[in-house]
Structure formats: C-alpha cells, structure tokens
Ligand binder design. Structure first.
Ligand code: FEO
Length: 166
C-alpha cells in the first residue's frame, strides 16, 4: 500500500508526464506547420513516449492500492522563435522532469519505500537518455545544422533510432 505522501507525489508526476506529452504535441504541430516533417515526427514520437510515461505512473499508483488522478493540463505554448529555441525548451523541460523524478526518489528513501524506489529507477535512466538526446540535437544545431534545416529535418529521425550519427 502506497503511503499518502508517495501517492500524492506520484500523482504530481502523472500531471508532469502528461503535460510533457502535450508540450511535445504542441511543438510537433508547430514544426508541422513550418513544413518540418522530420522534426514533427521526432516530436510526435516523443509525445507518445511521454504518454507512456504517464501511463506507467497511473498503473503503478493503482497497482499499489492508491488512486491515480487524471488532471487538467495547462495549455502549452503555441509558437517558437526558432527550431533551436524550441529544442532549448525541450532540454530545459527534460532537466525539470529529471529533478522532479529525483525528488520522488529522495522521498521514497526518506519513507523507506523501496518498491517505489525500484519502480523509479527506469525513469532515472530514461531521463539521462532524454537529456542526452536533446543535448545532441542542440549540439548539431549550434554546429551549423540550423543553417541547413532541410537536411537536418530529413536526418533527425535517424538520431532517434541511433542508426546514423552523422
Ligand atoms: Fe517523461 Fe521526458 O519525461
């Protein structure tokens, strides 16, 4: 049975993962309207992953005798100055989610909730990957990809699968 404090902070994370999904959906839609189909595909796929993260928390809370709450989500921004600016927001957001996951880890240690701590380890590893992936994209953009968005847009999905790191 989940302690109330742990249940509450996990429900907070349901909202944060769900918001992440909507944020990337909004970014995907923005990229699509700019004709950047590859970047949009990357972000749509990211939005799906975030939805899956939210579901993991919902199912975990319910499985452990708690009650998952499906919240209202605030509206994500609809416009971005540039692709680089948008990916800076992606990295910033992922850093925020990482610190949020780490806070839950800290609470589980304080509460001696080792099961939830174990459940969270997947997210700890996932956040390392997600930050690295956003950073890699930003590095490519600052190295010149922003001056050839056509090429970058065609190659970004390869970064997801790790097939082609050129
Ligand atoms: Fe599920 Fe990227 O945070």
């Amino acid at each position: 049975m989940l302690k109330k404090k742990v249940e509450d902070i996990c429900n907070r994370q349901v909202e944060r993962e769900g918001y992440s999904s909507n944020l990337y959906l909004a970014m995907a839609s923005w990229a699509e309207t700019k004709g950047l189909a590859g970047i949009a595909a990357w972000l749509y796929a990211q939005a799906e992953e975030e939805k899956m993260h939210m579901l993991k928390f919902i199912k975990y809370i319910n499985e452990r005798g708690g009650t998952a709450v499906i919240p209202a989500f605030k509206k994500p921004p609809v416009d971005y100055k540039s692709v680089e600016d948008m990916f800076r927001e992606v990295l910033k957001h992922e850093q925020f989610v990482t610190s949020s996951i780490h806070e839950i880890v800290e609470l589980t240690l304080a509460e001696k909730d080792y099961s939830t701590n174990n459940f969270l380890q997947w997210f700890v590893a996932e956040q390392t990957e997600e930050e690295a992936s956003a950073q890699e994209i930003l590095d490519k953009l600052s190295l010149g990809a922003k001056n050839n968005l056509y090429h970058f847009d065609r190659s970004i999905m390869k970064l997801r699968s790790g097939e082609d790191k050129d």
